[in-house]
Design a binder for this molecule. Structure first.
Ligand code: SF4
Length: 363
């Protein structure tokens, strides 16, 4: 059941570097980034891998010949309690196939989380909302969980209908995302709502994913997106398709950061004529190259949003620049480096009237 849950991203897949294998004490345990950025180990598990769904990309798709299993709620809550006692995990990530009856399966998931809470666990629980969950179930899940998610998988109705005849994009996914978003607005899900795309499963371009992300951030109180590069699974209808490059998911993670934390709009993110992010250069550097009129940016004058447009300056450094320059002007690259400005930024900034070229001479 741990292997079945492996396809759900939980926050440790955000960069090329962090995708390197991390040693975990036991199967089914995964490192994840918590909402505060702290790394934590989660028991990531399915309630059941039984599923009536026919999603072509999925390890649990109904036509696949594989052993099927199912946890009773008290049994799974007991496994989690044991792992907690042994100090192996600090939180729970609970997903599930939808069985023959999604509502019934969702009820079992809720009962598992409910037992975990009744036994006194107050820590991190990420609960997957199943397509077919009722509004009341979403509301109860919101009260029990730290984070809720439902996977959008692909950008748009037409894309999903190519891959699944059992899941409806509008009714099963977007409607439930909206319900979760309502619960987030009411303050019931402290770590918010997330979702996941399987990149490259439906022949989509990155620009389609970016457009949908932009809408989700606007309409659904979404905290963040995860991306999983499509990898063909044996005995599924897509088994002979090509895997998507992991670098593609990595670039989408970078674009997602630009949207959420760097004040970029979807239109700011550079894509190729056929709608793909570059695999060779990061989107922020490409943005800078495409907008030479904005640079060099004066570290002593620029506002927060403009500072964030400098490759090599992130939200933490931009905040520090603003607080430091209130005390004293930033005069040279040595001052800038002390504040945390990366070397990469030096060709895009201006300091105390020094030109870009002159600054480069100091490095
Ligand atoms: S409904 Fe969910 S678990 Fe079932 S096949 Fe589709 S994606 Fe997989």
């Amino acid at each position: 059941m741990g292997a079945g849950a492996a396809y759900d991203a939980c926050g440790c897949e955000t960069s090329d570097k962090s995708r390197r294998r991390v040693d975990v004490p036991r199967d089914g345990i995964y490192p994840a980034s918590g909402p505060d950025g702290r790394k934590t180990l989660l028991l990531k598990v399915l309630q059941t891998n039984e599923c009536g769904g026919d999603c072509a990309y999925c390890v649990n798709t109904c036509s696949r010949q594989t052993a099927r299993a199912h946890f009773a709620p008290d049994e799974l809550a007991g496994v989690f309690a044991k792992y907690l006692r042994e100090g192996l995990v600090e939180g729970l990530f609970l997903s599930s196939g939808v069985g023959r009856d999604p509502e019934e399966c969702m009820e079992e998931v809720l009962e598992t989380v409910s037992i975990v809470r009744r036994r006194g666990f107050c820590g991190y629980v990420h609960t997957k909302i199943l397509p077919g969950a009722t509004r009341d179930q979403v509301a109860r899940a919101a009260r029990l969980s730290t984070r809720l998610s439902i996977n959008i998988e692909v950008p748009g109705k037409a894309r999903l209908s190519e891959l699944s005849s059992t899941k409806d994009y509008g009714l099963d996914i977007l409607r439930r995302m909206r319900w979760i978003g309502g619960e987030v607005k009411r303050g019931h899900v402290s770590a918010g709502q997330t979702t996941q795309f399987i990149v490259g499963a439906s022949g989509e371009a990155d620009s389609e994913i970016l457009d949908v992300m932009g809408n989700l951030y606007e309409d659904m109180s979404l905290y963040r997106c995860y991306f999983s590069a499509f990898s063909p699974i044996k005995d599924t209808p897509l088994e002979s398709e090509k895997p998507a490059p992991a670098r593609r998911a990595h670039r989408l993670y970078q674009a997602d950061f630009l949207l959420r934390q760097y004040d970029f709009s979807v239109e700011d993110i550079p894509v190729t004529d056929d709608g793909f992010l570059s695999l060779t250069q990061d989107p922020k550097t490409l943005y800078a190259q495409a907008n030479p009129q904005l640079y060099p940016i004066d570290l002593n004058e620029a506002d927060y949003a403009l500072l964030l447009k400098v490759p090599g300056i992130g939200p933490k450094t931009a905040t520090k620049i603003i607080s430091e320059r209130e005390k004293q002007k930033i005069r040279c690259t040595k001052d800038a480096k002390k504040i945390g400005v990366a070397r990469k930024a030096l060709s895009f900034i201006e300091l105390a009237g020094s030109s870009q070229k002159r600054i480069l001479e100091y490095t």
